[in-house]
Design a protein around this ligand. Sequence first.
Ligand code: PLP
Length: 458
Amino acid sequence: MHVLLRDRMKNLQEKDQHWVHPVTALMDHQAKGVCAWESAEGIHLVDVNGHRVQDAFSGLWCVNAGYGQKSIVEAAKKQLEVLPYATGYFGFGSEPAIELAYRLAKLAPPGLNHVIFGQGGSDAVDTAIRTVRYYFNAIGQPEKKHFIAVQRGYHGSSAVGSGLTALPVFHRYFDVPTSTQHHIEAPYPYRHSAGPDEASVLAATVAALKSKVHEIGRGNVAAFICEPIIGSGGVIVPPAGYLKAMRATCDELGILLIVDEVITGFGRTGPMFGCEHEGVSPDIMTMAKGLTSGYAPMGATIISEQIYAALAEAGSDGTPFGHGQTYAGHPVSAAIANATLDLYENGLLKNGTEVGEYFQSKLRSLEKLDVVGQVRGRGMLAGVELVADKHTRAKPDAKLKIGQKILAHAFSEGLVFRAFNDDILGFAPSLNYTHADVDKLIEILTFSIEKVTGARWI
Ligand code: PLP
């Protein structure tokens, strides 16, 4: 048995050399080898060596419903048997995708009524960008070409969207951002140039957007894009009132607001969408991940009535809106999404909100460790920022890779989460967590931080 497992692992490692893994240091990976998952149930993952860990990151912040949800699996099976594929082109469609478009329009903030389906978050953002360009050209404002995003924001890795992302590895050697892509300082109270006061950070962010638009010229700016909580940039929670203030500022400046809810959607922060915390309706909203809880690829870009009307009008001579992909509105993904929405609506969102509060309060207790500068988050989304000095907020020496070491230790103890490059730990437990699951997460995490850093309670 032992020999069989060893041979199987060797075989896997050899074959894996052919896979260029996403966002991975390729030579490091060749040296270290792959950690291949084999199965999952509830909130646990098991790798091919039989090592079982509690997943505190919902895969890649996507498996919001947890693993092994029978109703999702049944919906997928049924759809595969009945109709495994149907195009959405040329006036065709399928019942699950039609139903899903209707449900998303009902669930999204008021005014967002028309859904463009895609495969995931990156192409949802790309669709938003193409749609905005089309819209302004169609309504006779073709100079409006520039996009503004925030530093540390993440909007995927498509050829164009990666330039709105503001994380260095997505830019280096990729020739982005382009000359029409700009970034303003992140609304990051813990490390903002305006100081830690939330009201000052908010005022400075509004001022930065206005100033950037004036610099480029109002008539040249198309849209501002942001996440309700910056995810991949380190789980950064903007000051309260951020989305509302951005909505008002975009209106004042005559530019569109795109809110990227790829992480924050589907109960991740409590309500169905992050925008709901502030009652904000963007002009365009992107979503993916929790839409299918990761059980199949799917993303969506939902657009306002006003934008849709302009797209429709532009094709009044019979010209199609030339955007789409073979798998847009895939019936199996749509059936999975419908089954996932049923779970959210029938108790999962409520559980996530309730357990999310408990999770936040338990995690916050780690701020009493001298190596923890800040714990922040909302609902089932959180970040723990490690520091070398709590008072000066100095970062740990990057070469020490403390975050990575804490993750490695926790992994050996049976917990997986995410360690961002700059010593911020990320957490996104699934919405089916119980209080006891949270307790276990905190226990292993605390022990791992103490063990790796020798941290003291203050
Ligand atoms: N937008 C945000 C806010 C994201 O967090 C992500 C992925 O993490 C994306 C877009 C890209 O999504 P995908 O990886 O599905 O292409």
